[in-house]
Design a protein around this ligand. Structure first.
Ligand code: DX5
Ligand code: ZN
Length: 238
């Protein structure tokens, strides 16, 4: 069955002096999730926002908050983000060793929150194997995490296809989210490869009309996704 693509605007590219206004525009424009990029200055070379911003957003929007933790010690900080109102929590596989990955996902689920595991561009997709059946979503990074406005790493759509194949083989059906350099040109590539949720920073939040930008990107992605489902050349193989 054809499911329309979900756009998750990243507020890292919003105007922080007018965050409430920007989030209202995104909600009105049909954002499926609000993507919140949390950075600790260690896991990535940048600092962004944290628990107080998630709390404030929760009071201002009904759109589910998709919190991307780019931090060294997610297990320690999960309870704070859960209390703050995160609806989806994404942890990076690169900082969770052995059983830590599964136990982190379990703690998120025990709190009634949806769980996602993210992979940096050079992390082997195979690290997902032990947890793929537990996940609500997998995040495939298509830039090195840390900054918005970077260019999409060519070929990232192949990693999306690899995650989709791995999930299928495991009988699992997590959503697949792609984050980094996604806009009108790149959205169709990842949508055709099996992406369900597209994070858009610059291509949406930094535009004069974010709602129109979201609609254009979603339409282009949906066309590619539908073509791929029907085996048409435009979308390529799924
Ligand atoms: C990068 C962040 C992204 C970023 C996306 O580390 O995880 O969510 O804000 O921004 P664009 O879409 O501009 O690449
Ligand atoms: Zn992100």
């Amino acid at each position: 069955m054809f499911e329309p693509i979900v756009i998750a605007p990243s507020i890292l590219s919003a105007d922080f002096m007018d965050l409430g206004r920007d989030v209202a525009v995104l909600e009105e424009g049909g954002a499926g999730l609000i993507h919140v990029d949390v950075m600790d200055g260690h896991f990535v070379p940048n600092l962004s926002m944290g628990v107080p911003v998630v709390k404030a957003l929760k009071r201002r929007t009904r759109v589910p908050l998709d919190v991307h933790l780019m931090i060294d010690n997610p297990a320690r900080e999960l309870p704070w983000f859960i209390d703050a109102g995160a609806d989806m929590l994404t942890v990076h596989a690169e900082v969770l060793y052995g059983d830590e990955l599964a136990s982190c996902v379990e703690s998120i689920h025990e709190a009634g929150v949806r769980a996602c595991v993210a992979l940096k561009p050079r992390t082997a997709v195979e690290v997902l194997a032990p947890v793929i059946g537990m996940l609500d979503m997998v995040l495939v990074m298509s830039v090195e995490p840390g900054f918005s406005g970077q260019s999409y790493i060519a070929g990232s759509e192949q990693r999306v296809a690899a995650v989709a194949a791995m999930a299928r083989q495991a009988g699992a059906a997590p959503l697949i989210q792609v984050d980094g350099g996604i806009g009108l040109q790149t959205a169709p590539l990842v949508a055709a490869a099996g992406a369900d949720v597209l994070v858009c920073g610059n291509a949406v939040c930094a535009q004069d009309d974010p709602a129109a930008a979201m609609a254009r990107i979603a339409a282009a992605a949906d066309r590619a996704r539908e073509a791929a489902l029907h085996g048409c050349p435009e979308g390529g193989a799924r």
